[in-house]
Ligand binder design. Structure first.
Ligand code: P53
Length: 473
C-alpha cells in the first residue's frame, strides 16, 4: 500500500511572509505590516499593545520580506524543479480591497494573483489558495474593530465573491481562514483585534470567532454557486494534547484542551455549535449572538475537506508545571521528546496520532498544509546548506504520515511543507528561523542580496516527490 497516485506533494507560504512590496500597485496597509521583529512583536500580535503605525526604532519584516512579489517566476520555477504537484499560497486582502470596505476591487492585485496562478498551471502545479492568512486590512481594524464587528462578514463575502469569479476554473482548492484557532492566541494577527482597557478579551474573541465561522460558511456557499467543481476546506493549527499523567484529571484537561481547538472544526465540518462549547460560553456569560439565519448557514455549508498544520504535539496538566515557550500555544514540557532551537517539541509519531484523531472525529478527507522544522542554517560561500537536521525531521514525519495513510486508512489528499523557500517567521518575525529547501540571503533586519540557492534538502524532497513518498533515504 502507498500514497494515492494523485497525492498532492508541495509547499506552503503566506503572502505577508514572503511577498514584500507592501505599498506597491495600490496595496493597502494590513495588520501584518505593522508587526515588528523582536521584543515588541508578541505584545503587538496578541493585541495587548497597539501599534497602529510604523514606529521609529522598529524593523518591520513584512514590508519587503523576500521580495517574492517581484521574483515569483524564479521561485515557482524552483518549486517546479522539485516536482511540486501543489503550491499553497495566500491572498493579501489589501491587494484586492486595499481598505477592505472599497466598492471596487483593485485590478493590479487581481492581476498579480492571476499571473501567479498561471505560472503554477504552466508547470502543472495545482494552486491551493488560503483566502486569508493572518492578513487583515488596517482600515477594517481601525474603523470597525476587526472581526468583532459583524460588518466584516459582508466585506469578506465581497472579497471571496471577487476571487471565486475571477479564478473560476483555475483554482480547485480553497481554504477560508489559516489556523482559525490562532485567534485564541494571537488575536491581532489572527483577526485584526486590539483591545481597550477593561475589555473582556475572551468575549470579544468568541464574538469574532462566530463572525469568522459565519464568513467561512458563506464562502463555502458562494463557491458552490460560482464554481461547483472546486473544493473548500477549513484550516486548523493542530497538534494533539496529551495528558501529562494517567491521572484522570490530566486526561480530562487534555480532552478540554483538544476541544478548544476542535471546536472550530466541529462547527465548520458538522455545521453546528457543539453543546460543550455552548454551555461553557453561556456559563461564562460570553455567548455570542447566534441567529436562526446563522444556524441555517452553518448547517447548510460544511467544508469538503479538513486541512491543518502540524509541528508538535502538546501536553496538558492540572498541576502548575513548567510550560514550554512553544510559540503562542501553551504546553507542559514532554520529557520523552526533543526540542528545537525555538523550543518546539519534535514528535513524528504525534503526527500520526493527530492525523488519526482528526480523521476519527470527522471522517472527511484531510490535507496536511503545514509541517516542517524552523532552524538556523549556516550556508557556505555558495549559499549551500547541509541541512541534514531538516531532512531528518521531514523524513520521520512523512514516514509516520505514510503509516497513517497505508496502515490506519486515513484519507489524505496531500502534504505541503511549510516555507519551501525561507521566509519571515509568523511567530517571531525573524528570517533566522528557516524552513526552506531554498536558502534566501537575508537576515532579521533586511540585510542581504535576496539571492536564492538550493540546500541539500532540495534534492532530497525532489526524490521524495518523484517516488511518491516511497524513497525517503
Ligand atoms: P513560525 C503558532 C503555533 C503553530 C503554528 O510558525 C503557527 C503559529 C504562529 O507562529 O503558525 C503557523 O513562523 C502559520 C505560519 C507560520 C508557521 O506556522 O512562527 O500558519 O504562518 O509561519 C510556522 O515558525
Amino acid at each position: 500500500m502507498a500514497f494515492r497516485k494523485d497525492f498532492l506533494w508541495g509547499g506552503a507560504t503566506a503572502a505577508n511572509q514572503l511577498e514584500g512590496a507592501y505599498n506597491e500597485d495600490g496595496r493597502g496597509l494590513a495588520n501584518v505590516d505593522l508587526s515588528p521583529v523582536g521584543e515588541s512583536r508578541l505584545e503587538v500580535i496578541t493585541g495587548r499593545r497597539k501599534m497602529l503605525d510604523f514606529e521609529e526604532g522598529e524593523f518591520y519584516p513584512a514590508k519587503n520580506a523576500i521580495d517574492h512579489y517581484h521574483r515569483y517566476k524564479e521561485d515557482i520555477a524552483l518549486f517546479a524543479e522539485m516536482g511540486f504537484k501543489v503550491y499553497r499560497f495566500s491572498i493579501a486582502w489589501t491587494r484586492i480591497y486595499p481598505n477592505g470596505d472599497d466598492e471596487q476591487p483593485n485590478e493590479a492585485g487581481l492581476q498579480f494573483y492571476e499571473n501567479l496562478i498561471d505560472e503554477c498551471l504552466k508547470y502543472g502545479i495545482e494552486p491551493l489558495i488560503t483566502i486569508t492568512h493572518f492578513d487583515f486590512p488596517m482600515n477594517l481594524a481601525n474603523k470597525y474593530g476587526g472581526w468583532r464587528n459583524r460588518e466584516i462578514v459582508k466585506f469578506y463575502e465581497r472579497l471571496v465573491t471577487t476571487l471565486f469569479k475571477r479564478y473560476k476554473g483555475k483554482v480547485k482548492y480553497w481554504l477560508t481562514f489559516n489556523e482559525i484557532n490562532i485567534i485564541l492566541h494571537a488575536p491581532f494577527m489572527g483577526a485584526g483585534l486590539y483591545f481597550e482597557e477593561g475589555e473582556v478579551i475572551e468575549k470579544t474573541q468568541y464574538q469574532a470567532i462566530h463572525h469568522e465561522l459565519i464568513a467561512s460558511a458563506i464562502a463555502t456557499k458562494v463557491l458552490r454557486e460560482i464554481d461547483p467543481d472546486a473544493k473548500i476546506g477549513c484550516m486548523l493549527a493542530a497538534g494533539s494534547f496529551y495528558p501529562e499523567t494517567c491521572n484522570p484529571k490530566d486526561v480530562f484537561a487534555a480532552l478540554k484542551a483538544n476541544r478548544d481547538n476542535y471546536f472550530f472544526v466541529d462547527v465548520q465540518s458538522r455545521g453546528y455549535y457543539p453543546e460543550y462549547k455552548l454551555r461553557e460560553l453561556e456559563a461564562k456569560g460570553i455567548l455570542p449572538e447566534i441567529t436562526e439565519e446563522d444556524k441555517k448557514i452553518l448547517k447548510e455549508n460544511t467544508v469538503d475537506f479538513i486541512s491543518f498544520s502540524y509541528y508538535s504535539s502538546r501536553v496538558a496538566s492540572v498541576e502548575d508545571v513548567e510550560q514550554t515557550d512553544a510559540n503562542l500555544v501553551k504546553s507542559a514540557r514532554n520529557p520523552y521528546l526533543e526540542y528545537t532551537e525555538w523550543d518546539w517539541a519534535v514528535d513524528p509519531l504525534g503526527f500520526r496520532i493527530t492525523l488519526n484523531e482528526i480523521y476519527d472525529r470527522y471522517q472527511k478527507p484531510l490535507f496536511v498544509v503545514e509541517n516542517g522544522l524552523g532552524a538556523v542554517d549556516k550556508p557556505d560561500e555558495n549559499g549551500y546548506v547541509e541541512d541534514d537536521y531538516r531532512i531528518d525531521y521531514l523524513r520521520k514525519h512523512i514516514k509516520h504520515m505514510r503509516d497513517a495513510v497505508t496502515i490506519d486508512g486515513v484519507d489524505l489528499l496531500g502534504y505541503t511543507t511549510w516555507g519551501p523557500i525561507d521566509l519571515v517567521s509568523a511567530g517571531t518575525g525573524e528570517m533566522k528561523k528557516r524552513y526552506g529547501f531554498i536558502y534566501v540571503d537575508r537576515d532579521n533586519y533586511g540585510n542581504g542580496t535576496l539571492e536564492r540557492s538550493k540546500k541539500k534538502s532540495f534534492d532530497w524532497y525532489k526524490k521524495v516527490i518523484e517516488s511518491n513518498g516511497e524513497d525517503l533515504d
